[in-house]
Design a protein around this ligand. Structure first.
Ligand SMILES: O=C(O)CCC(=O)C(=O)O
Ligand SMILES: [Fe+2]
Length: 250
């Protein structure tokens, strides 16, 4: 019996996978330009555009549950969650599953489940500087405090896949990434202080390019886009019920 018969089909080969995971481990983020199959990107782009046109997407919201706020001043984009119900979505989620398995195998990260949404930014759309997850309490805090914050820290690795057909520099919409968040006196991230710090990179949202980031560690922002900008943003979570290990070994 072929043990790989049921393995999910990866987006790309082992060398690129290893290089991305290496960058994720050493500097907290990784970028692979032009990494996704062009036919898959075209199908996903068509879906995102159709959904946006048909008005099935809702205004992007920031946060979850009670903390969810309508925040057009923070993010101007329309989102729709992927459910795997179309062949393109199923293939995309399959590639993400292959990445999850590879990341877990290399970093012992305990990534458990994946969630992702289309995000279509209209001309003028942006997403202000943020972290995708809140870090757990500092070392030495009690287990009860840690348990109470499991939900907030369950996003470990972020993924962004760009779907834009012909993106040029004047279209803007770059993703700026910083490699660390300064902390305030209480030990909370103080992202305003990064105003004075040039980003480590500004990444073009060209179709087929892929970004990975450690959700708790890498501040990032979407600069204003001059043209419609389509992407899929996704996150791997740990299994909150067992409170998986956050930090990769170093
Ligand atoms: O589209 C991007 O480049 C990043 C989006 C993002 O940061 C997010 O959805 O959390
Ligand atoms: Fe983000």
């Amino acid at each position: 019996m072929n043990p790989t018969a049921c393995a999910p089909a990866p987006f790309f080969g082992d060398n690129l996978t290893a290089a991305l995971i290496g960058d994720l481990e050493t500097r907290g983020w990784a970028f692979a330009p032009d990494a996704l199959p062009a036919d898959l990107v075209a199908e996903l782009r068509a879906e995102a555009r159709a959904l946006a046109r048909e008005g099935w997407m809702r205004e992007g919201r920031v946060g979850r549950g009670e903390r969810e706020t309508r925040a057009a001043d923070v993010r101007r984009a329309a989102i729709r969650w992927l459910d795997g119900s179309t062949p393109a979505q199923a293939r995309f989620l399959d590639g993400c599953e292959a990445l999850r398995v590879a990341i877990n195998r290399t970093l012992y990260a305990g990534l458990f489940e994946f969630e992702a949404h289309y995000a279509v930014y209209p001309p003028g759309g942006f997403y202000a500087r943020h972290l995708d997850a809140f870090a757990g309490p500092p070392n030495g805090a009690g287990a009860a405090a840690a348990a109470g914050r499991i939900g907030m820290r369950s996003r470990l690795v972020s993924l962004v896949a760009y779907l834009n057909e012909a993106w040029e520099a004047p279209d803007g919409g770059r993703l700026a990434v910083w490699e660390a968040a300064p902390l305030d006196a209480e030990g909370r991230p103080d992202l305003v202080r990064l105003d004075a710090v040039p980003p480590a990179a500004e990444l073009d949202p060209r179709g087929g390019s892929l970004v990975l980031m450690l959700s708790e560690r890498i501040p990032h922002e979407v600069r204003p886009a001059a043209a419609e900008r389509a992407a899929i943003a996704g996150w791997w979570r740990v299994n909150a019920s067992v409170g998986g290990v956050v930090d990769p070994p170093r």
